[in-house]
Design a protein around this ligand. Structure first.
Ligand SMILES: [Zn+2]
Length: 86
């Protein structure tokens, strides 16, 4: 997963498909990877989820999982957060 994220920005669904593991397991791996890469002086960068209806960006969200609902317009069509390693 570290190799994949070093080459491209991917979301949990991409990672689930590429690694052949359930999407919910991806989130557990991500928190582990965040610690692993920081030891090596790199960083797991999260491009925050965004509401497709009003454009609200979930900037302050610290968790890796996808939010369920937009606090701004209550819309549920949300873009997944995407991850990369820099
Ligand atoms: Zn919204």
């Amino acid at each position: 997963m570290i190799a994949l994220l070093s080459e491209a920005e991917l979301d949990a669904m991409d990672l689930s498909r590429d690694l052949g593991i359930p999407e919910k397991e991806v989130y557990g791996h991500l928190s582990h990877i965040a610690r692993t890469v920081s030891v090596r002086g790199r960083r797991l960068v999260i491009r925050p989820a965004r509401c497709l209806k009003c454009g609200y960006v979930f900037e302050d969200r610290k968790r890796f999982t996808r939010p369920g609902r937009c606090p701004c317009c209550r819309g549920t069509r949300l873009e997944r957060p995407a991850y990369s390693i820099r």
